[in-house]
Ligand binder design. Structure first.
Ligand code: ZN
Length: 200
């Protein structure tokens, strides 16, 4: 029988996405047996990140500063606001080098099955961000999954009432596709060929 510390470590590792009991146990033994230095680095990095990383006041992504690098840059086009689901998606968009506007990170998507509605997503913050008087176009770059599409639809309806142009990135991204797994060339193309959802 594993000792209680090993059980505790294994249970703790299960908080990682996609890690079941068996892989958690394998990871725990791996760290203890083969990579104690790595385990210490992990402990330190995790502790530090939890301590200093928080949401960007403007775009909602993770940052150590008050404003993330992108929001703080004077070289970005602040009339463009791209809405993505996750910080990983934001990084994907940045890797395309095809977009020079700003972002808003939802940190999720509308997913009624998971009990995630518009209210849980805190869309008021996005709305006030989009209506700051500088933003002229909101580019919806949520995933092409059912939830991502539903979220894009909801957002375009929400923004329709306000005189703001809304576009959706084109379907170079496959149906059911998540931005995270699309190559940056395809994503750049989808961004260039975005279509207008709301005319003003
Ligand atoms: Zn930011």
């Amino acid at each position: 029988m594993p000792t209680s510390s090993i059980v505790e470590l294994t249970e703790a590792l299960r908080c990682l996405p996609g890690v079941g009991p068996k892989s958690a146990q394998r990871m725990a033994y791996h760290l203890l047996q083969h990579d104690r230095e790595g385990a210490q680095r992990l402990e330190k990095a995790l502790g530090r990140a939890l301590c200093v990383v928080h949401r960007c006041r403007r775009c909602n992504t993770w940052t150590e500063l008050e404003l993330c690098e992108c929001c703080a840059s004077p070289h970005r086009d602040s009339s463009l606001l791209c809405v993505v689901e996750t910080p990983v998606d934001l990084n994907m968009m940045e890797q395309t080098h095809a977009y020079n506007g700003l972002y808003y990170v939802l940190m999720g998507r509308i997913s009624p099955l998971d009990g995630l509605g518009a209210r849980q997503l805190g869309l008021e913050a996005l709305l006030s961000r989009a209506l700051d008087g500088v933003v002229k176009e909101v580019v919806l770059a949520t995933n092409f999954t059912n939830e991502g599409e539903a979220t894009a639809h909801y957002l375009s309806e929400m923004l329709k009432a306000h005189a703001i142009s809304v576009t959706r990135i084109a379907r170079g991204v496959p149906v059911g596709g998540e931005l995270e797994f699309v190559d940056s060339g395809t994503l750049a193309q989808a961004l260039r060929e975005r279509r207008r959802l709301v005319e003003i």
